[in-house]
Write a protein that binds this ligand. Structure first.
Ligand code: GDP
Ligand code: IMO
Ligand code: MG
Length: 429
């Protein structure tokens, strides 16, 4: 059996958490490779609902779970999350959780900057999660971030904090934010360091050892391709690469280690925050999708914008990310619609496009070209076998497959762990 890389192929919240949890049963190691606590992955097991932001979804199955170097980690958020899920009965200790020693931290000053910039941007705001993710990645690339390994090295830490504040001092002043001094940052970090260090290890060595022992590794993506810093709807994106290609760099393995690339795709489309959304429905049908799909953000509680399935977008995600198969999630949400629409192209002025252009003006201007497809009166809810699906639902899945140019490997039919239909085993490629 090979490894599997799981990524979102739309604008996030496709149901990655559920799929990773389900796959984790047969994996030995689960590793997160980008993003931070902007992610929110919900997993439902019986009467228990777990919500993970930073913890890899593998912890729900007690699998070795690694937060890779590509992730930016807010220590306070992580420690809260650990306490929260421990309260739900999960074991989180250094045998289960590893924090890459070279992962960068998100600090309170990053959150301040995120909030101040969003407030200042007014109508041009991105609608971030406010978790400081963008500013933290900026500091990483600017070579002034603090990493886990610095926490155990007092002289290095002092130097790092000095570099960081030399940048943030003038910025904060310009934004009318209160001054932060080195002692404050040192004291803040001092509080959490003893609780973090037991988990800090060279994560790449864990993965190297796992590979040598022929163990199954599951790479867990957060956000999604259309939020990718390069390939997404820039600037309405997150600040990391979310494509499958990031799995290797963000975990510390070679590009071939990612194995089968599984894209998670909702049977319709949602988006949280600002930015273009060609197939958005600002009408009763959009409301109906949102209500049936309980489309509220896991992290911020914001209402998710809803629309029809956009095959053009997903086909683009498949291409830029090398997706080999998809999981079509939340098919049950479409139960009861008399007819459904799928976006199969865009109209831009007098031109017809089969891709989403890169420019902001064009992205805002494209109008969806729809194909109408018959709905079904039966139910797909909780179906676990292909045979249990109404004929029209099968037709919908097949049409999606055709339009996106990738096979549908699995279909999910409820939030519950085992409500899933497998046509092709991702671990077997
Ligand atoms: P993620 O960020 O991609 O992990 O997705 P989220 O957890 O943020 O959002 C997906 C939501 O849909 C969660 O509340 C899941 O419990 C729920 N969900 C996942 N799969 C299904 C499904 O097949 N049907 C229904 N109705 N809900 C699902
Ligand atoms: P999961 O992993 C949906 C969106 C935010 C905003 C933009 C930038 O649960 O699918 P950021 O805080 O990252 O700077 O915000 O990205 N966003 C998400 N939307 N699901 C997520 O994660 C998201 N993470 C960030 O709403 O539009
Ligand atoms: Mg989510």
């Amino acid at each position: 059996m090979g490894n599997v890389t799981v990524i979102g192929a739309q604008w996030g919240d496709e149901g990655k958490g559920k799929v990773i949890d389900w796959l984790a049963d047969r994996a030995d190691v689960v590793v997160r490779f980008q993003g931070g606590n902007n992610a929110g992955h919900t997993i439902v097991v019986g009467n228990t609902e777990y919500r993970f932001s930073l913890l890899p979804s593998g912890v729900a199955q007690g699998k070795l779970s690694i937060i890779g170097n590509g992730v930016v980690v807010d220590p306070w958020s992580l420690l809260d999350e650990i306490e929260r899920v421990r309260g739900q009965g999960l074991t989180i200790d250094p045998d289960v959780l590893v924090l890459a020693d070279n992962a960068c931290l998100v600090l309170p000053l990053h959150r301040d900057l995120d909030a101040a910039r969003e407030a200042l941007a007014g109508a041009a705001r991105i609608g971030t999660t406010g978790r400081g993710i963008g500013p933290a990645y900026e500091d990483k690339v600017g070579r002034r971030a603090i990493r886990f390994c610095d926490l155990a090295d007092a002289p290095a830490l002092e130097t790092r904090i000095g570099r960081l504040l030399a940048h943030h001092g003038p910025l904060r002043k310009g934004l009318d934010l209160p001054e932060v001094n080195a002692e404050t940052v040192m004291a803040q970090l001092g509080e959490v360091t003893p609780r973090l260090l037991p988990y800090v290890r060279p994560a790449w060595r864990e993965l190297d050892a796992a590979a040598a022992a022929k163990k199954q590794i599951l790479f867990e993506g957060a956000q999604a391709v259309m939020l990718d810093i390069d390939h997404g709807t820039y600037p309405f994106v997150t600040s990391s690469n979310t494509v499958a290609g990031q799995a290797a760099a963000g975990a510390g393995v070679g590009p071939a280690a990612g194995g089968y690339i599984l894209g998670i795709v909702k049977a319709y489309t949602t988006r949280v925050g600002e930015g273009p959304f060609p197939s958005e429905l600002k009408d009763e049908t959009g409301e109906r999708l949102g209500a049936r799909g309980h489309e509220f953000g896991t992290v911020t509680g914001r209402k998710r914008r809803c629309g029809w399935f956009d095959a053009v977008l997903v086909r683009q995600s498949v291409a830029v990310s090398g997706i080999q198969g998809v999981v079509l999630t939340k098919l049950d949400v479409l139960d009861g619609f008399e007819s459904l629409k799928i976006c199969v192209g865009y109209r831009l002025g007098d031109r017809v496009l089969d891709y989403l252009p890169a420019g902001v003006t064009d992205q805002a201007a494209v109008e969806p070209i729809y194909e109408e497809i018959e709905g079904w009166s039966g139910t797909t809810h909780k179906a676990r076998s292909w045979r249990d699906l109404p004929a029209a639902a099968v037709k919908y899945v097949r049409r999606v497959e055709e339009l996106i140019g990738s096979q549908v490997a699995l279909v999910t039919t409820s939030p519950e762990r085992d409500d899933i239909i497998m046509m092709r085993d991702p671990f077997r490629g």
